[in-house]
Design a protein around this ligand. Structure first.
Ligand code: ADP
Ligand code: MG
Length: 242
């Protein structure tokens, strides 16, 4: 059996004639942890939506295990083992943390197992003390963790995380990187991230997306030393900060 879990070929997504994703050939092996970086508007979130089936490609193919994803609905893709945390939060603010997790576990495991799975995830994200807290009462960083928990509750084989540390403090982002590494022990993970310190801490392979296309791939060190990447992405961010 091939150890390639996800593969896209010539993947294209156009919005009104403009290409948000422009011919992406992407390969991910089982068990990998990969960071997807690139400037705002590079097409990272659109790429995730194509993988999750919430957007349809204009052209190209996506294979997840032995499945042709371009033919499946989002709920079928989720059932096949893909879990995604979108950039825009999808938690139920008025419901307690435990119920959010329960709902997610229920979709994948059914009523009988949902409680056990939700409890395990509560423990894993160290949120037992927040069990009965409505999600809307939590800090922004903690809400992001609940969202990651909801993905975990479905026990996916492939997990896509879109900017999981957005709005987090440095310390929270560090803890999130540790959680992502823990998750990667049992699942293949792609994470979109802006924080270079987070990316370095993950020690993952990096794919750089620019204007909808793959600009470079490699280790964080290789990416950092790549003059084109420096100029287009890292350099620009340094200037913007400085
Ligand atoms: N639903 C949409 N309709 C039209 N244009 C879109 C839509 N979603 C994204 N885009 C455009 O596609 C490009 C890539 O966006 P996005 O995938 O969100 O980038 P990133 O996540 O890398 O910041 C941007 O130019 C954005 O404006
Ligand atoms: Mg995005």
């Amino acid at each position: 059996m091939s150890d390639i879990v996800l593969e896209t070929r010539g993947l294209v997504k156009e919005f009104g004639g403009l290409r948000a994703v422009d011919g992406v050939d992407f390969v991910l092996r089982r068990g990998e942890l990969r960071c997807l970086i690139g400037p705002n508007g590079a097409g990272k979130s659109t790429f995730f939506h194509l993988l999750a089936g919430t957007l349809r490609p204009t052209a190209g193919g996506i294979r997840f295990k032995d499945l042709d994803l371009t033919r499946l609905e989002p709920h079928e893709i989720a059932r096949a083992g893909m879990g995604i945390k979108f950039q825009v939060p999808r938690v139920y603010d008025q419901l307690p943390v435990a119920e959010n997790l329960w709902l997610s576990a229920h979709v994948r495991h059914g009523r009988a197992a949902a409680g056990t799975v939700a409890d395990r995830v509560l423990d894993e994200i160290r949120f037992l003390q927040h069990r009965n807290t409505p999600v809307g009462h939590l800090s922004h960083g903690d809400r992001q963790w609940v969202e990651i928990g909801m993905v975990l509750a479905a026990e996916p084989e492939l997990i896509l995380l879109d900017e999981p540390t957005a709005g987090m403090t440095h310390a929270e982002a560090r803890r999130t990187a540790d959680l992502v590494r823990e998750i990667n022990r049992r699942a293949t993970v792609i994470v979109v991230e802006h924080d270079m310190d987070f990316v370095r801490h993950l020690a993952a392979g990096v794919t750089v997306l620019h204007r909808g296309a793959i600009l470079a791939q490699g280790s964080m060190d290789e990416i950092r030393d790549n003059p084109v990447v420096r100029d287009i992405y890292l350099g620009k961010r340094r200037r913007a900060r400085g």
